[in-house]
Design a binder for this molecule. Structure first.
Ligand code: PLP
Length: 377
C-alpha cells in the first residue's frame, strides 16, 4: 500500500502501540485512586502532559487532554463565547475552517450569535488585515486555523494576535493547530492565541485523543465536562491513560530529528509538485506552504473517481477532507474555482516515512487515470 493521506490520519508506530498496551494491560489503575498504583499513574499522566506541552511550547498547567481535536475546537469556541458574553455576540472565523469549528460556530448562531465566515482568495489565503477588519467591539471570539487541512495554507496567527491586542484586547483568539502541530514551527505559549487545539492521530498517536491549550487571559474557563474534577476540574472523566501515553510517545518519536523530517517532507512535496505538474491539464490548488499537504486538480475528472481508481491500485489519497464523506468540500467551494476544477480536487498528504518512489508511483497512476479515462465534466 502507498499511503499518502497523512492529513486524514497517520500510521501508528509500533512503539506507540506498545506504550499504549503497557498502560492498558500493565498500569490499568485509575489515576484518581489513592493507593500506589493510582498515585503512580497520576504522576505518569503529568509527565505525559509535560511531554506534549514541551513540544507545543507551553506550560503543562495550561494543557488539558481532550478526546480529540474536534472536542478541543468545540470547547474553545464555547468557552471563549462564555467568557466574553458581556462583550457581545459576534464571532469572526473563516469559510475554510475544519467542520469542528464551522459547526461549533453554526451552533453559536443558533444561540443568537452573528458569525462572519471570511472568504479566502483563490489561492486559499486569509490575511491578518482581513481578519482584523472584520473584528468589531462586540467580537467575542476570533477563530482561525493554523494550517488548512485541505490546502496546506498557513495562516498568520501571530499577526492576528498582535493586531487583536491593539484593536480589541478583550476578544479571545482560538487557533485550530491540528495540522500545524509538529508540522510548522510555533510555540503555543508565545503565539498570542488564547486557545490552541491539537490532536494525537495526525502525528502517529492514537485516534480519540487530543489536547487544548488554554492561555492565561481565559479567566475561570468554563468546564467542558462537570464531574470528578479531572483535568483541574475543567474536563471531568477518568483520564484516557493509554491514549495519553500513546500521544506522548508519538510526540517523542516525532520530535526526534524533527528538522530533518520536516525538510524531507518539504522536499518531497516540491518533488511531487514537479512530477504532478508534468501531467497534462493538472492544476495546483491553493498556495499551501505546509510541508505535508498538496492539493491539485484534474479539471473534468471527478475527484471521487480518481480516489477510487488509485485506491483500487493500493494508493491512498483523498478527495479533500476525509470528514466530508462524499459531500462537496466547503473549503474547495470557498475558493470559487471553475466548476470543472473544483470537482477534480484531490489531496496528497505526506509523512516522515513517505518516499520518492511512492510519489513516483502516485504520479504515474494519476497520469494513467488522465490518459485512459475520458473527462466526465
Ligand atoms: N481540525 C483539523 C484542521 C483537522 O484536520 C481535523 C481532523 O481531520 C480536526 C480538527 C479534527 O480532529 P479529530 O479527528 O481529532 O477530531
Amino acid at each position: 500500500m502507498i499511503y499518502l493521506d497523512y492529513a486524514a490520519t497517520a500510521p501508528v508506530p509500533r512503539a506507540v502501540a506498545d506504550a499504549m498496551y503497557e498502560v492498558l494491560a500493565g498500569q490499568f489503575g485509575n489515576p484518581s485512586s489513592q493507593y500506589p498504583v493510582g498515585l503512580e499513574l497520576k504522576k505518569q499522566v503529568e509527565l505525559w502532559r509535560r511531554t506534549v506541552a514541551d513540544a507545543l511550547g507551553c506550560d503543562a498547567k495550561r494543557l488539558y487532554f481532550t478526546s480529540c481535536g474536534t472536542e478541543g475546537d468545540n470547547w474553545a469556541v464555547t468557552a471563549a463565547c462564555w467568557q466574553n458574553r458581556h462583550l457581545g455576540k459576534h464571532i469572526v472565523t473563516t469559510a475554510v475552517e475544519h467542520s469542528a469549528v464551522v459547526e461549533a460556530c453554526r451552533w453559536m448562531e443558533r444561540q443568537g450569535y452573528e458569525v462572519a465566515y471570511l472568504k479566502p482568495d483563490q489561492g486559499g489565503n486569509i490575511t491578518a488585515h482581513q481578519v482584523l477588519e472584520a473584528v468589531r467591539p462586540d467580537t467575542a471570539l476570533v477563530s482561525v486555523m493554523m494550517v488548512n487541512n485541505e490546502l496546506g495554507n498557513v495562516y498568520p496567527i501571530a499577526g492576528i494576535a498582535q493586531g487583536l491586542a491593539a484593536k480589541n484586547p478583550q476578544t479571545l483568539l482560538h487557533t485550530d493547530a491540528v495540522q500545524g502541530f509538529l508540522e510548522v514551527p510555533f510555540a503555543a505559549g508565545r503565539l498570542g492565541a488564547d486557545f490552541v487545539t491539537v490532536s494525537a492521530h495526525k502525528i502517529g498517536g492514537p485516534k480519540g485523543c487530543g489536547a487544548l491549550y488554554i492561555g492565561p487571559r481565559v479567566r475561570n474557563p468554563r468546564p467542558l465536562l462537570a464531574g470528578g474534577g479531572q483535568e483541574s476540574g475543567l474536563r471531568a472523566g477518568t483520564e484516557a491513560t493509554a491514549q495519553i501515553a500513546g500521544f506522548a510517545k508519538a510526540v517523542e518519536l516525532r520530535q526526534a530529528g524533527l528538522p530533518e523530517k520536516l525538510t524531507h517532507m518539504a522536499e518531497l512535496r516540491a518533488y511531487a509538485v514537479e512530477r504532478l505538474s508534468a501531467i497534462p491539464d493538472l492544476t495546483l490548488i491553493g498556495d499551501g506552504q505546509a510541508p505535508h499537504i498538496l492539493a491539485v486538480s484534474l479539471p473534468g475528472w471527478p475527484s471521487q473517481n480518481i480516489v477510487n481508481d488509485l485506491g483500487s491500485q493500493g494508493i491512498c489519497i483523498s478527495a479533500g477532507s476525509a470528514c466530508h464523506q462524499g459531500k462537496p468540500s466547503h473549503v474547495v467551494a470557498a475558493l470559487k474555482l471553475p466548476k470543472r476544477t473544483a470537482s477534480g480536487v484531490i489531496r496528497l498528504s505526506l509523512g516522515p516515512e513517505t518516499t520518492r518512489e511512492e510519489i513516483d508511483d502516485c504520479a504515474e497512476a494519476l497520469r494513467r487515470h488522465h490518459d485512459q479515462r475520458m473527462p466526465m465534466l
